[in-house]
Design a binder for this molecule. Structure first.
Ligand SMILES: NC(=O)c1ccc[n+]([C@@H]2O[C@H](COP(=O)([O-])OP(=O)(O)OC[C@H]3O[C@@H](n4cnc5c(N)ncnc54)[C@H](OP(=O)(O)O)[C@@H]3O)[C@@H](O)[C@H]2O)c1
Length: 311
């Protein structure tokens, strides 16, 4: 198989949480020509800016990580933006990449594309068996259309477009802004602030029953780079760790690691989100040898330690 390490690789969203980890992994694996553009340099929702960059820099592979992302709150407040921005970015970028002769295109999809109710563990072949959980459907479906687009371009034009479905990510460098953060950074911040202020309570959304799977960001980056180098199939591939934990057990673990010993107040007027999440991770291992290796407790500890150095 051709060695992509000599090729010009363009990462959209390469300055984001996952993007930075992917850049570090590409460097570790000695990729020679990594092109990273920040949002201000190339706005991927602007087709003219995409065209200009492709014409000037001639990337041979594109890893599309740029996205408007956030937790349940942000998805509920800005569903139109989550749909439109993610759809337009991906659709235009994939089309222009094909037209400009890009040899390989990697779309980073999301677990939010899965139907709300689907047997555990989520298998790629169940992806179309129902509508996603309502709070994240506009985001999940916008990204899911890029799977359809990539498969159509492969069929009609022979364009080598692959599609990955990472589960919820966590790790050092995550977004801790309460307006847009995901569950792990949101809970870490709340617990640490409660410890700091001496507060006896921490409020948590939902009833604690939903389950989630988490993938450490460095593992996700390894999976993406492995797929970039070794996977050339039409079928989507889950990227996960295979673990499953309830929100209640998660917050108890975070409380333990942050030293919060007070009371948890469950706000059941707030949505739970998807009832269960746990991916079947066998296809990634079979197709490109990826298996997550970071222990969840260890990963959580690194994340909390990293955040403590920032505040
Ligand atoms: N985090 C997770 O749990 C998770 C799980 C599954 C899949 N994913 C996927 O992984 C990818 C990376 O997510 P992340 O968590 O690393 O999010 P992130 O930190 O917010 O990174 C996204 C990046 O995209 C950039 N971006 C947004 N709109 C853009 C535009 N119009 N033009 C150019 N760049 C733009 C953002 O720049 P600004 O911040 O400057 O706007 C940011 O650097 C996304 O595709 C996401 O859907 C993430």
């Amino acid at each position: 198989m051709e060695d992509l390490r000599e090729k010009r690789i363009w990462l959209t969203g390469g300055t984001g949480f996952l993007g930075r980890a992917v850049v570090a992994e590409l460097q570790r694996q000695q990729f020679k020509n990594i092109l990273v553009t920040a949002h201000e340099e190339v706005d991927v929702s602007d087709v003219e800016q995409i065209r200009r960059f492709l014409a000037d820099e001639h990337p041979q592979a594109v890893v599309h990580l740029a996205a408007v992302v956030g937790g349940i709150g942000a998805n509920r407040e800005r569903p139109a933006e989550f749909f439109y921005e993610n759809m337009m970015m991906g659709t235009q970028l994939l089309h222009e990449s094909y037209k400009s002769g890009v040899e390989k295109f990697v779309t980073i999809g999301t677990v939010c594309a899965y139907p709300k109710f689907v047997p555990i563990p989520f298998k790629e072949e169940n992806l179309w068996d129902g509508y996603p959980e309502e709070t994240n459907a506009p985001y999940g479906l916008a990204k899911k259309m890029l799977l359809v687009q990539g498969q159509a371009y492969r069929q009609q034009y022979g364009f080598n477009s692959i599609y990955l479905l990472p589960v919820n990510l966590y790790g050092p460098g995550d977004n801790f802004d309460p307006a847009s953060s995901h569950v792990i950074p949101a809970l870490i911040k709340k617990c640490l602030e409660a410890v700091e202020s001496g507060s006896e309570t921490v409020e948590v959304w939902g009833d604690g029953s939903p389950t989630r799977e988490f993938l450490y960001v460095e593992d996700a980056a390894r999976g993406i780079v492995a797929a970039l180098r070794y996977y050339n199939g039409a079928e989507p591939v889950n990227l996960g760790s295979g673990m499953e934990i309830s929100t209640r057990a998660l917050i108890e673990l975070i409380a333990e690691h942050t030293g919060f010993t007070g009371k948890l107040i469950w706000d059941t007027t707030k949505p739970n989100g998807q009832p269960r999440r746990c991916l079947d991770i066998s296809r990634a291992e079979r197709e490109f040898g990826f298996r997550a290796t970071t222990d969840f407790r260890e990963g959580l500890k690194h994340t909390i330690d990293w955040y403590k150095t920032r505040v």
